[in-house]
Design a protein around this ligand. Structure first.
Ligand code: SAM
Length: 201
């Protein structure tokens, strides 16, 4: 296969086209701010390669940090229970770190920093960049979103943007719960919603 050849299988499966375009627009808005770019819950790296491609196209020196268990989803908690969403079981969405690395190579992109582990086990000082301009939180479940918000909240620079996926997604109610709880304790932050993206500025 030719280098840079992008197949349909490489296209984002977990976010819609409108969400992908919105994520890229928002990332671009933060490129003149201080700080790096993080994605908590990178899965196959579908959105990650698009973030990295934009950074390279804009000659940005920002580092892209990717986080995933590479063991799939952890177990749901009571906050995640809903009539829908039965497919989101512990161990679902398992890919290997190697698959993500191969994808970056296939796209002809430099490798990002990739941290393997459950978010809950990360060292909040060592494992997270000191300054963040853009954070995409896509861990699907209540505890995953709550933990990732906590990991990034004190690292966001002025005017930085946090985007949380699955807001108002009835299959994954834990995401909205975690975001709404967090917003109650961060009253200066402003929420807007596009499809199932919670955009926090
Ligand atoms: C929906 S997928 C991410 C999709 C990706 N952002 C994209 O747009 O293509 C969710 C990912 O989050 C990871 N994940 C969820 N909760 C996690 C946790 N607590 N710690 C580490 N990884 C987690 C899962 O392993 C899975 O790969």
């Amino acid at each position: 296969m030719a280098k840079n050849h992008k197949t349909k299988a490489d296209e984002p499966q977990q976010v819609t086209k409108i969400e992908t375009d919105t994520l890229l627009e928002l990332l671009e808005q933060t490129l003149n701010l201080e700080g790096d770019v993080v994605e908590f819950g990178c899965y196959r790296g579908d959105t990650s390669v698009l973030f990295k491609r934009l950074l390279e196209k804009k000659n940005s020196e920002k580092i892209l940090w990717l986080y995933d268990s590479f063991e799939g989803l952890p177990a749901k908690t009571k906050e995640d229970q809903s009539a829908a969403g039965d497919q989101f079981k512990a161990g679902e969405l398992l890919v290997t770190k190697r698959e993500v690395i191969e994808k970056f190579k296939r796209f002809g992109l430099k490798l990002p920093k990739i941290k393997k582990g459950f978010f809950e086990d990360l060292d909040p000082v060592e494992d997270v960049p000191e300054k963040i301009c853009f954070a995409f939180l896509d861990g699907d479940l209540y505890t995953s979103i709550k933990t990732s918000l906590k990991l990034v909240e004190n690292r966001m620079t002025k005017d930085a943007i946090i985007v949380v996926h699955d807001y108002n997604n009835p299959e994954l109610p834990g995401s909205s719960r975690a975001v709404d709880e967090w917003l109650r304790t961060h009253p200066t932050k402003h929420l807007s919603v596009k499809e199932t993206l919670a955009i926090i500025k």
